[in-house]
Design a protein around this ligand. Structure first.
Ligand SMILES: Cc1ncc(COP(=O)(O)O)c(C=O)c1O
Length: 406
């Protein structure tokens, strides 16, 4: 007889499979003949013996393959060892961590920073530690799962405003004595940007803190990576796993906030610190991206090329101007089918399904990077146009599908 948990697991997996929502990992590898270490060629990987051009990574500037950064990681490991060896308050906090924190503060104008091993833990730690049952928190409907999880754990009362709607945000702020308003700089699944200056002004007016998850904006959107950032944003979460091409995250804010987190954030206190080698790498990646503005420029050119080719081929996109270019299909199974057909042509795009996005808004999430070659972008669009018309997908282009719920 099966145990209770075996029965539960089997039933849930069966239901997910039936709905086309089962998630499975894919083992990717590197083909050295494809010259995958060259930061100048389109990102490629090998899956089950076949090579694909990768249009689904968040390595927007192609930094994960820059030889100087591999060297920085190597040097960091030689200097400090391959791990931190302890939690930060024991012996896991080094001058490599401090140097990165200082660099991030110098770039954004915030007083202090705290490093985490991932953006997910930075967000949950921040929410869980900062808020409790006495707080009312207002957040955009599409904020990341890590923010929602942290808020749920905190016990705070969460109120959601319509995606990127100033009117809806203001209504909630006016009706509730709000501790903070939370949004993302660039939305991870839609690729659009929050109205940062306007939301900041609303927060100031209502004496609420303004918290921005800058995971997909940092190092790609100049607007929030300058000393002005701290004037608009009270707490900024930046991650190193997207445009910086490596791993980890930081919460940036006032010294008082960071001291509070150091004393109270359980994810920080009771977890092995980010390795100093990774801190050294993130510092090198931050400096590299600052020293090479042409990478951002090339990314913008690639985004513009992709959008122009899609327009010419009547491929309907969602209207994003960032590296994240969603194409809403609606049905989860059809989205998978389109993604699979693209794979048959050697093009790998993300098939994003509920619960990552609202029911009825399953989509292809195509991401552009600095490293994509123009001919690969053209091939991607040509295949997209062919596959969409072959599969006969009823395309949903209106935004209302994403405004339902998350
Ligand atoms: C908006 C947003 N915030 C936070 C995270 C978590 O960051 P990390 O991947 O470093 O855990 C992600 C990752 O997908 C994200 O998209």
């Amino acid at each position: 007889m099966s145990s209770l948990l075996e029965t539960k697991i089997a039933a849930r997996q069966h239901a997910l499979r039936e709905q086309g929502l089962l998630r499975q990992r894919k083992v990717l590898s590197v083909d050295h003949a494809l010259n995958t270490n060259a930061s100048t060629s389109s990102p490629r990987f090998v899956f089950e013996g076949r090579a694909y051009v990768n249009f689904s990574s968040n390595d927007y500037l192609g930094l994960s393959r820059v030889p100087e950064l591999a060297e920085a990681l190597h040097l960091g490991a030689q200097t400090y060892g391959v791990g931190s060896g302890a939690s930060p308050l024991v012996t896991g906090y080094s001058d490599a961590h401090l140097a990165l924190e200082r660099e991030l503060c110098a770039l954004t104008g915030h007083e202090a920073a705290l490093l985490f091993c991932s953006g997910f833990s930075a967000n949950t730690a921040l929410m869980k530690t900062l808020f409790d049952q006495q707080d009312i928190v207002v957040a955009d409907k599409l904020v990341h799962a890590s923010i929602i999880d942290g808020l749920q754990d905190s016990g705070a009362q969460l109120k959601r405003f319509l995606h990127n709607s100033l009117e809806s945000a203001e209504r909630l702020l006016a009706r509730n004595q709000t501790s903070a308003l939370i949004t993302e700089s660039v939305f991870s699944m839609d690729g659009d940007c929050a109205p940062i200056a306007e939301l900041s002004a609303l927060c100031r007016q209502h004496h609420a803190w303004f918290i921005v998850d800058d995971a997909h904006g940092f190092a790609v959107l100049d607007g929030y990576r300058n000393v002005e950032a701290a004037k608009l944003i009270d707490v900024q979460v930046v991650t190193f796993g997207k445009a910086l091409g490596c791993q980890g995250a930081a919460v940036l804010g006032s010294q008082a906030l960071i001291d509070f987190l150091v004393s109270n954030a359980r994810e920080y206190i009771y977890s092995t610190a980010l390795s100093p080698a990774n801190a050294a790498l993130a510092l090198a990646a931050t400096q590299y991206s600052t020293a090479h503005p042409e990478l951002q420029q090339k990314l913008l050119e690639n985004i513009a090329l992709f959008k122009q080719l899609c327009r010419e081929a009547n491929v309907p996109l969602l209207g994003s101007d960032t590296a994240i270019q969603p194409l809403i299909i609606g049905d989860a199974r059809q989205t998978l089918q389109v993604a699979e057909e693209l794979r048959a042509a050697g093009i790998w795009v993300g098939a994003i399904r509920p619960p990552t996005v609202p029911v009825g808004s399953a989509r292809l999430r195509i991401t552009l990077t600095t490293a994509h070659a123009a001919e690969d972008i053209a091939a991607c669009v040509a295949q997209l146009a062919q596959v969409l018309s072959r599969v006969g997908v009823p395309l949903v282009t209106e935004r209302q599908a994403t405004d339902d719920h998350r």
